[in-house]
Design a protein around this ligand. Structure first.
Ligand SMILES: O=C(O)/C=C/C(=O)CC(=O)CC(=O)O
Length: 143
């Protein structure tokens, strides 16, 4: 894999977790390089030995930065916020910060896993049910 002093984001264009990190990098004006990891092609490039050596969880996003590799979008974003604090992503007010974290955790732990590629592979039926928009307006969490 390419060596660079710029952060390197291992990412897939359809991955909503990767989107989160791309948005944070853009808001913070951080220059970085992207390595595409296609979760579908070749049976899933995240399963390659090369990528597993980088992220044993075999998931995107992963960000190589400051001599370490971080996975899990919220952990990456928190690291960016702590090491590159401006512009701020989190509000100064602890109550407002708690609300941001509440929504972030709800998405990352409650909603997103149901429409992830690994859920599609493990349970196509559950995946298609949870991803289907309903006439009543509910997209997620169909019963
Ligand atoms: O980075 C995270 O918050 C979580 C990552 C994953 O669970 C992998 C994944 O679902 C990739 C995707 O399809 O967005």
């Amino acid at each position: 894999m390419a060596e660079s002093s710029k952060p390197i984001l291992y990412s897939y264009f359809r991955s909503s977790c990767s989107w989160r990190v791309r948005i944070a990098l853009a808001l913070k004006n951080i220059d970085y390089e992207t390595v595409a990891v296609n979760l579908i092609k070749d049976g899933g490039q995240q399963f390659s030995e090369e990528f597993q050596a980088l992220n044993p969880m075999k998931q995107v996003p992963a960000l190589k930065i400051d001599g370490i590799t971080i996975s899990q979008s919220l952990a990456i974003i928190e690291y960016l916020e702590e090491t590159r604090p401006t512009p701020r992503l989190l509000p100064r007010d602890p109550k407002k910060r708690a609300q941001v974290r509440m929504v972030s955790d709800l998405i990352a732990s409650g909603i997103q896993p149901l429409q992830s590629e690994s859920c599609r592979v493990a349970s196509p039926q559950l995946w298609s049910r949870s991803c289907r928009a309903r006439p009543g307006g509910t997209v997620w969490g169909t019963r």
